[in-house]
Design a protein. Sequence first.
Length: 255
Amino acid sequence: MNEVEKSVMPYISITEQIKMDKGINLIKSVFFSANEGIIISDRNGTITAANPRSAKMFGYTVEELERLTINDLVPHSIKKDHKATRERYFKHPVPRPMGVGKDLYGLKKSNEIFPLEISLSHFKEDGSEYVAAFITDISYRKKLEVERLKYMEELEIIVKMRTEALEKVNEGLLNEVKERKATEVALRESQNLYERIADNYPNGTINVLDSDFNYLVSGGKDFINHNRIATEDRIGISFLDSFEPEKRNQLKAYF
């Protein structure tokens, strides 16, 4: 190293140190102000650092959290399995989401269990291995999912009930149409039969009147032979037109 290099070397070291300090301060700022929980633990699961958000999430102070292990933050039902999972991760440490396709839960200081998402990142420092866990509390999202599923179930029930109601209405209408057609057929058959009977009635006539005394059916050989009027020509004509006004009133009073 020549004299020039020797003379500028201290300034280079100071500049690099300033840059390093700025980088460290930036990392600290991100760590302490992050909106998601960050917990750093070693290979044994001992927590070596935790940010304020993670402490608040689990209901501890930062100091309390840094005296615990990762296993203390895991629900009791899976503590044994979690130890084996952590050991497998350190054998093949790659940055990845944790528990893909599974529901993950954390254990608060109050023993309350809550849903969360975790991403893991592995790194080495001074020959030791560490893992950084980035944790998000998804309780609110889960609540919304439950409410959405409940709403969908209720909506499905309402749709099913309305569909069944419409099917019943349609079935009733179809039955009504069928009954009406059957009634019309029966009436036509009855009318045809009655007309045949009336047309072949040997003495006098057979007449069917409505409430206003109009002919609905009229027939009989005696009527046809004497009046020379087709029976269909009388349909709709008033029966009372054949009588004097005085007789009409008497007939109305009689019926």
